[in-house]
Write a protein that binds this ligand. Structure first.
Ligand code: GLU
Length: 510
């Protein structure tokens, strides 16, 4: 590695919501920047106006914020190398395209879409291995290399044109990718890509290379889908004479579907039963809503931790890693080449781990919101105690209610299946006797209740299950929940006795 100041960029196109693979790219850039005391830059690549989607740029910014990925230079933050939105840099690219024409590295092309189609047809008929505009086919087309100068000049004034890169003949392009190793291509395999379009906008390739150069980007870290563009980009650095300051490249492995077959695409998300977007997204055209990790109840720390381990690990068994530790252990050289399989169950497991590690007070605050929405008003301390008992059994705060509703309201009905299985002929008698024992307990905590039950069972011909299961039924109404004596302790003596009596009155085995 050279001694340049580390400057990396995340360069999404605002063509829709950011996919979780995109968030991972941003995250790896961020981790690498922070690890190396560098800068993380957000550059919006919006030169393809036909694919622009309303709201996508804000969505990207909000997603990064939610994940705790801090931007050093960007649209909102500013910086010495702005503007950071490519549509605001339009004028810059034209000059660079023209400079390539002047040096003979690019040319104007006037071919209409029909002429281009005809070329493709012709090549197909000839069964040619060439399928594109390149060193061979360019000689038959209408461009500034084949047309007389006057004609070129007048066409430039009156008809639409593009600028194409003049891909040199038979040159070796060799570039070392940090993750993939040596990438080697002969220019004969490459085509004359359009650099500047007839709408006055640069293409991705030109704008991307020019901006990486002008913004002094030291490392380009991006998804594997951009690997095929790498040789062209290297050729552009050569054409501009920027080889000496060319960034280093690292192409990240793809995120694969849970089956391991194929790339995890934007469309897979809701269809496969999990979100593929960090935040919920409403399509501005169709109104269709796609799920988001945030709205699904994931903690951003859990989401980030899960993403960081898709295609990389610190080389230890450790899986729960804070952003701080991710930064200190991050190493681009340890990123895997093979695609990383996304595992939804594992994602939930990460959230579970972060949830149980959260303080009961914090979780109670989140749960209070849910309770208030249900019109339930209880003291914080009570909710804290509930959370303490149930959090191990959940992955999300949204699951709290199903695990704990009985702490807030007495059962009004009883699970019929459970009654059938657990409410025996002698149950009424057993519970009535137990109730009497409970009535005389002074300090009504689960330890004391446990002792009461043990004494109660002594010398009797029935066991623990015949007491505890029906007791649970009276307190909860079903066969769920944490320890039944803990439940009794928390709802308190009075409420326990009331529910016990209600159970005795109302539960009848058919
Ligand atoms: N605008 C490209 C994208 O949407 C950026 C690719 C790159 O990082 O070079 O992913």
């Amino acid at each position: 590695m050279n001694n340049r100041k580390v400057r990396v960029r995340f360069a999404p196109s605002p063509t829709g919501p950011l996919h979780m693979g995109g968030v991972r790219t941003a995250l790896f850039n961020y981790l690498f920047a922070k690890k190396n005391n560098g800068h993380f830059i957000l550059r919006i690549e919006d030169t393809d106006q036909t694919r622009y989607v309303q709201g996508a740029e804000d969505y990207i910014i909000e997603s990064l914020k939610w994940c705790g990925i801090e931007i050093d230079e960007g649209i909102e933050e500013g910086g010495a190398y702005g503007p950071y939105r490519q549509s605001d840099r339009k004028e810059i690219y034209k000059e660079f395209a023209e400079s390539l024409i002047e040096s003979g590295k690019a040319y104007y092309a006037f071919d209409t879409p029909e002429e281009l189609d005809a070329m493709r047809e012709r090549l197909k008929e000839e069964k040619s291995s060439i399928q594109q505009y390149n060193a061979v086919t360019r000689t038959d087309m209408r461009n500034s290399l084949t047309l007389p100068e006057e004609e070129t000049n007048s066409l430039l004034k009156e008809s639409p044109y593009v600028v194409r890169f003049k891909m040199p003949d038979n040159e070796e392009v060799i570039v070392e990718d940090i993750i993939r190793g040596k990438v080697k291509v002969n220019t004969n395999q490459l085509d004359d890509k359009v650099l500047f379009k007839s709408d006055g906008m640069p293409t991705y390739h030109l704008a991307n290379v020019v901006d990486d150069h002008l913004m002094k980007i030291s490392h380009v870290i991006r998804g594997e889908e951009w690997l095929p563009s790498l040789p062209l980009h290297v050729m552009l650095y050569r054409a501009f004479g920027w080889e000496a300051s060319q960034p280093e490249f690292a192409h990240l492995p793809l995120l694969l579907k849970p089956s391991g077959k194929g790339k995890l695409s934007k469309r897979d998300g809701d269809a496969l039963g999990f979100p593929v977007f960090p935040l919920e997204w409403t399509d501005p055209k169709t109104g269709e809503v796609s799920r988001g990790y945030r709205e699904d109840g994931y903690f951003p720390e859990a989401f980030v931790n899960m993403l960081a381990l898709l295609g990389w690990n610190p080389g230890t068994e450790e899986e729960i890693i804070s952003m701080r530790d991710l930064i200190s252990s991050f190493d681009l050289h340890k990123v895997h080449k093979a695609g990383a399989k996304f595992d939804h169950e594992k994602a939930k497991w990460f959230n579970h781990k972060y949830l149980v590690n959260r303080s009961d007070e914090k979780l109670a605050r989140l749960y209070q919101k849910v309770l208030r929405e249900k019109g339930i008003s209880v003291e914080d301390i009570y909710v804290i105690n509930v959370v303490k008992l149930i959090k191990e059994r959940t992955n999300f705060v949204s699951e709290f209610w199903d695990q704990s509703y009985f702490f807030f309201k007495a059962p009004t009905e009883y699970d019929a299946k459970f009654v059938k299985k657990r409410w025996k002929d002698n149950t009424n008698k057993i519970l009535s006797e137990l109730k009497m024992q409970f009535e005389i307990v002074e300090t009504f905590n689960h330890e004391n209740l446990e002792k009461v039950i043990q004494d109660f069972l002594e010398g009797k011909e029935f066991g623990m299950g015949q007491v505890m299961n029906p007791l649970r039924l009276t307190l909860v109404g079903a066969g769920i929940g944490p320890g039944v004596l803990e439940i009794a302790e928390l709802i308190g003596k009075e409420e326990t006795l009331r529910r016990l009596q209600a159970g005795l009155d109302n539960i009848k085995k058919e």
